[in-house]
Design a protein around this ligand. Structure first.
Ligand SMILES: Nc1ncnc2c1ncn2[C@@H]1O[C@H](COP(=O)(O)OP(=O)(O)OP(=O)(O)O)[C@@H](O)[C@H]1O
Ligand SMILES: [Mg+2]
Length: 265
């Protein structure tokens, strides 16, 4: 399967003039009109995210985090402004074109896992490959499930899996098409601290080893400190954008499902 030309693998603290950001948004606004009332969910947001970055987005409820994620993931389009994803201007694309860009570049992970209730894990992970028309789907899906530590759960349905395991299925599903960008909206919001650490360990591993760009929304400072950069939003605007001094490195333990925060790297 085609892999994106990722110019830089790993951390990139300072933009290099010769490279192109994965995400480049300029003066993006989003207005939802509800009858007479206009809700300004995003106001003139500009942001660059570089290949291989790991960014946490924080901010109070209603500050526009999910609206921004939906635009970044080509699920929605800005009311005004420019968005270039991997060099493609997506703010003016048709719905079909937008879906094609999304399928090629983006993997999503949601707070509520968004798995289909009756499908076994392996079939959940095969779904994006069916949409993409990729052969050898079973093989690829099994490999991704093994990557997230679920080789022994591939025939389990969501109700037969723990929350942390369900989120790992969702991560395998997000990664199976080799996206350059993973967008995760409160991926640990429904998980206990132990499962949260396991999920963060997976994101960190895929970011480090495969250079996947990760953008993650969280309400928890402890989760945000696993990223290398924290963007803060308020009232539809970016009000802070800082590197994380000593990111926490979540350690995957050898036994299934366990992970602990291993302190500073
Ligand atoms: N589809 C929609 N139609 C109308 N208004 C919307 C829609 N989606 C979001 N909004 C409004 O836009 C604003 C930003 O919402 P958004 O979901 O982006 O916030 P958030 O930062 O993700 O909040 P939370 O932390 O609670 O998830 C809110 O005022 C919300 O009510
Ligand atoms: Mg939200």
């Amino acid at each position: 399967m085609e892999r994106l030309p990722v110019e830089a693998q790993g951390a990139r603290s300072a933009p290099d003039a010769s490279a192109r950001p994965s995400i480049r948004i300029r003066q993006v606004s989003k207005v939802y009109t509800m009858g007479e009332i206009a809700v300004h969910a995003l106001r003139d947001v500009s942001l660059d995210i570089w290949p291989g970055e790991f960014v946490a987005i924080m901010g109070p409820s209603g500050s526009g985090k999910s609206t921004l994620m939906n635009i970044l993931g080509c699920l929605d389009q800005p009311t005004s402004g420019s968005y270039q994803l991997e060099g493609v201007e997506v703010s003016t694309l048709s719905d079909d074109e937008l879906a094609a860009v999304r399928n090629r570049y983006v993997g999503f992970v949601f707070q509520s896992f968004n798995l289909l209730p009756r499908l076994p894990a392996v079939e959940q992970v095969e779904l994006p490959l069916i949409y993409a028309g990729v052969p050898k789907r079973r093989e690829l899906a099994l490999a991704r499930l093994a990557d997230v530590g679920l080789a022994d759960r591939v025939h389990h349905r969501p109700t037969e899996l723990s929350g942390g395991q369900q989120q790992r299925v969702a991560i395998a599903r997000a990664l199976v098409t080799n996206p350059s960008l993973i967008l995760a909206d409160e991926p640990t919001g429904n998980l206990d601290s132990r499962s949260s650490a396991e999920i963060m360990a997976l994101f960190q591993r895929f970011n480090r080893e495969r250079g996947v760009t990760v953008v993650l929304v969280t309400h928890e400072e402890d989760i945000a400190r696993h990223a290398r950069r924290v963007v803060r939003m308020r009232d539809g605007s970016i009000v802070g954008d800082e590197p994380v001094a000593d990111p926490i490195r979540a350690v995957e333990s050898a036994s299934d499902g366990d992970a602990v925060d291993g302190g500073e790297p």
